[in-house]
Design a protein around this ligand. Structure first.
Ligand SMILES: [Zn+2]
Length: 311
């Protein structure tokens, strides 16, 4: 028996088939997303990571060990700052690929740097939530950087050499919100080291909340246009453009002091984070993170890095 399907129905079936196929291929998980997910677990296993804590030290050791396996050396930049809770020591972890000596900030001046890739490792100290983990704020971003660094070291060593990686401490404020005198302690201290770099790094990338299972990124409205275009081009080249957009206004995050130091820096950050039920709440745990989203963030950031570092 031959069934004749009317043309409009054929078109509908084709369209539905197309959508289904698109859905199936739009959220693949690959080994990079899986690795970044495993590193998120590894960082969270260190416990809460507020500034000056054992958990933060453990997480820094975890990261240094992972990076060392792929040719990256690490150094610490420690600064003491006054906070609403008294004096605290903040420690940024800085990584460079294939260098002989990396002990002081002066050593960094001798190494050519085209770009900076960064995220904050500290988790917020929140009264009433003693075990706050900050899985997406921002362990997932640090975990993704470990995987990006591993792949760059293995397959793009010439690009890896031009990249400086920084895991900031003290992004989070001790008060409820970041103010001019509370929060961004680590990135502010690190940015001071950029003023006398010659030549200055050409760009910076900050990753924050890039592993959420419903990935939606909105960069600050005042983002450098060239970097925003580089992000959209990178996302489009992988078919991920629907996950990326721009926010209504500016955002206070670690990119601020890098921009002030003359290094145009894009903050690739989860959209409307401050209107979610999990931001700075106990819900910011591993359940929020997906290997699918980390796969998307991995390929978009990698494509962007390859493009910007190859110029
Ligand atoms: Zn936060």
């Amino acid at each position: 028996m031959k069934i004749k399907i009317p043309l409009p129905l054929v078109l509908i079936l084709v369209a539905v088939g197309g959508i289904l196929t698109f859905k199936q291929i739009s959220n693949p998980v690959d080994r990079h997303g899986k690795a970044a997910y495993a590193h998120t677990e590894g960082i969270l296993a260190c416990g809460p990571r507020p500034a000056d804590s054992e958990g933060l030290k453990k997480a820094q050791q975890y990261i240094s060990k992972q990076l060392a396996q792929h040719g990256w050396s690490t150094m610490s930049q420690a600064v003491v700052r006054n906070t609403p809770l008294g004096e605290k020591t903040f420690v940024n972890l800085i990584a460079r690929y294939n260098v002989d000596k990396l002990e002081t900030l002066d050593d960094l001046k001798t190494i050519n740097t085209t770009g900076i890739l960064s995220a904050h490792l500290d988790s917020k100290l929140i009264p009433g939530i003693p075990n706050f983990l900050g899985a997406d704020d921002a362990a997932s971003a640090c975990a993704l950087i470990i995987e990006l660094a591993a792949e760059l070291g293995k397959n793009h060593p010439e690009l890896a050499k031009q990249l400086e990686i920084v895991f900031f401490d003290g992004e989070e404020a001790f008060g409820e919100n970041i103010t001019p005198s509370d929060g961004l302690y680590g990135s502010r201290a690190y940015a001071l080291s950029l003023y006398d770099r010659q030549p200055k790094p050409r760009f910076g990338i900050v990753l924050d909340m890039i592993g959420h299972k419903n990935l939606k990124i909105a960069v600050p409205a005042d983002t450098d246009r060239t970097l925003y275009k580089a992000l959209l081009d990178a996302a489009s080249s992988k078919g991920y453009e629907k996950h990326y957009g721009i926010a209504q206004g500016s955002i206070i995050d670690d990119h601020l002091y890098l921009n002030k130091a003359g290094v145009p820096t894009i903050d690739i950050i989860g959209a409307d984070f401050n209107h979610t039920h999990w931001w700075h709440q106990s819900g910011d745990d591993l359940d929020l993170i997906s290997a699918e989203s980390l796969t998307i963030s991995y390929h978009t950031t990698m494509a962007m890095l390859i493009e910007l570092l190859s110029k």
